[in-house]
Write a protein that binds this ligand. Sequence first.
Ligand SMILES: NC(=O)c1ccc[n+]([C@@H]2O[C@H](COP(=O)([O-])OP(=O)(O)OC[C@H]3O[C@@H](n4cnc5c(N)ncnc54)[C@H](O)[C@@H]3O)[C@@H](O)[C@H]2O)c1
Length: 273
Amino acid sequence: MTGREVVVVTGAGGMGVAVARRIGSGRRVVLADAYPQVLDLAVETLRAEGYDVRGRITDVADPVAVTGLAEDAAAEGRIAAVVHTAGVSAATATVEQIMAVDLAGTAHVIDAFHAVATHGTSCVCIASMAGHYATLDPARERALATAPSEQLLSFEPPDDRTAAYILAKRANQVRVQAAAPAWNRLGARINTVSPGVIVTPMSRAEAASATGAQMMGMLDACGIGRAGTAAEVAEAVAFLTGPASLYVTGTDLLIDGGQAAWLRWHSPYVSGQ
Ligand SMILES: NC(=O)c1ccc[n+]([C@@H]2O[C@H](COP(=O)([O-])OP(=O)(O)OC[C@H]3O[C@@H](n4cnc5c(N)ncnc54)[C@H](O)[C@@H]3O)[C@@H](O)[C@H]2O)c1
């Protein structure tokens, strides 16, 4: 339909719903998630709040499904924003799931929406503060940034899930960076947002895991003394998908309450103080 603006949000969890609320007013929201129960509840909640939202079951690990999502969304109007929040965490997913969803899934979203992006489309992929901790050799980082998406799962995966998550999230950051010139040529933009600890179902599961106490302790140690909210991430997404950031593309916005800064310069785990 002509004249309609469409916002696509993958992931109907904590951040996805907050983003839909923040940038979805007056637009058609296409909300995608792999899990029908999660998706239906989010669609019902947003509709009750007055949003024009349509749910679409999509497994982002499946490139055919993501292409279908992009083509359907483009048929509904001009895609103003694509915000990719669908993902799994190191606390609950296997190495294979992390590689398929967080690594390859993000590459599929970048590819499929590049094909339907038009002048003014802004894409934001949610990476993670974890990506800032990666220490990959330059050849590996280049491959993660630029290899065709279908090759990403043929690289040797890390042994453990935390390392897989860090690798996948660093890959999200550098892949978006590498993709930006092609989006520029369409008059479109693409960036990552890297959250620290944000209160959502995902971080609640992490807080309850074996490393949860250490994760929450770092928030006190870095001086911020609290986790972030999904609304704070949505605010950054609104900036990156709005008119105040037209010269911002191919970059990453870290929203972590200063945790990465503390880890780099003051943490006893890292500096040996
Ligand atoms: N919450 C945090 O503290 C935190 C910190 C850093 C990064 N992140 C990242 O932010 C993003 C959003 O996380 P969140 O906190 O909103 O988590 P969440 O668990 O609340 O939401 C994630 C959503 O993704 C969906 N999903 C999972 N696998 C999928 C798949 N294969 N295809 C489609 N949908 C799928 C889940 O059903 C869920 O609704 C994730 O990429 C996560 O890694 C979260």
